[in-house]
Design a protein around this ligand. Sequence first.
Ligand SMILES: Nc1nc2c(ncn2[C@@H]2O[C@H](COP(=O)(O)OP(=O)(O)OP(=O)(O)O)[C@@H](O)[C@H]2O)c(=O)[nH]1
Ligand SMILES: [Zn+2]
Length: 364
Amino acid sequence: MSLIPDITELLARARADLRMGVPVVLTDDAGLSVLAISAESLTAQRLADLRGIGEAPVIAITVRRADTLKARAYDGDLARVTIPADADLGWVQAVADPSDDLNAPLKGPLMTERQGSASLHRIAIALTKSARLLPAAVVMPIEDGRGFAGSNGLTLIDHARAAPHLTERSPLHEIVAARLPMEVSEAGRLHVFRPEDGGEEHYAIEIGRPDREKPVLARLHSACFTGDLMGSLKCDCGPQLRGALAQMGAEGSGVLLYLNQEGRGIGLANKMRAYFLQDQGFDTVEANHRLGFEDDERDFRLGSDILKSLGFKSVRLLTNNPNKIAMMERTGIEVTERVALKVGENAHNRDYLATKAAKSGHLL
Ligand SMILES: Nc1nc2c(ncn2[C@@H]2O[C@H](COP(=O)(O)OP(=O)(O)OP(=O)(O)O)[C@@H](O)[C@H]2O)c(=O)[nH]1
Ligand SMILES: [Zn+2]
């Protein structure tokens, strides 16, 4: 028996470190080691400390952000941007954060590295994404990563052990379920699911006692603090949430999964950064790209994991999003019917809904 944390536990620790602005050490089988620190959590002092330790750091960004900055992404999905010796913290943060792209554009061209491996940089970006930070990391080569991590008390992540965990989703376990009388139905029941990797919990709200042998009226709803709770007019989430629950109440049965994938999986801080860009004239998809994200960073497979663990095999899915339907079918949940959910259009979200139809294939 050992109390040494396993790779899942180390990755959870690394995410917390990055959020706090603490560097982590990444190593690979070829003997390479780097220090990685989240660009948005970097401080001037930490940048100076890094420079005092070793070779020139780079800032690793996704190809989406690189395209916006017109930087060459020699590594395909990412670019390693050289940080000039005289660049200050503001320069590093401007590479990561698009808020000032229009106001104070970076003076280019940005130089990017093409020699050497980018695999540790890829892990660093994946970690910042899963920590719901801007997808950008300052990365600096060091000697003897294992020794450095040990002597500085830093989290050490091994590439070969970590890589599979960053693409595979973590198993979910039901923690508790209890009766929840609701306005739409007194026969409500809330189930809480917790992943093994220390990530967000997700919820399932059962209405009535749906027959497991028949297709259940189901909704996969992604968290939207602004729409679900604040009555935001920028999207249609609140009316969709209430509309879905009302229909389940009226039919007497259904299951609504409330997935904590705020902002299509980028987190609320990044979604608000996207809103700031939308006020500068970019649409919802362009804003995600300028931040360095894909259009949609959600993993709907966890929806089918939850449905299966509740014993459901087939659904009548309340959605306008064809990707949700495709993902259900691919992961073994049959979609016998798509039930349209067209509610809540207003003057503020008309363009947003039109963009989703034009660029993300949403059904009208
Ligand atoms: N990044 C980003 N996320 C947004 C924006 N507006 C809303 N969201 C998020 O988009 C998600 C919408 O979730 P859903 O309603 O489940 O998804 P959908 O893809 O529209 O599919 P259906 O509603 O089922 O048709 C929520 O996580 C919101 O927080 C935006 O402008 N940018
Ligand atoms: Zn919303």
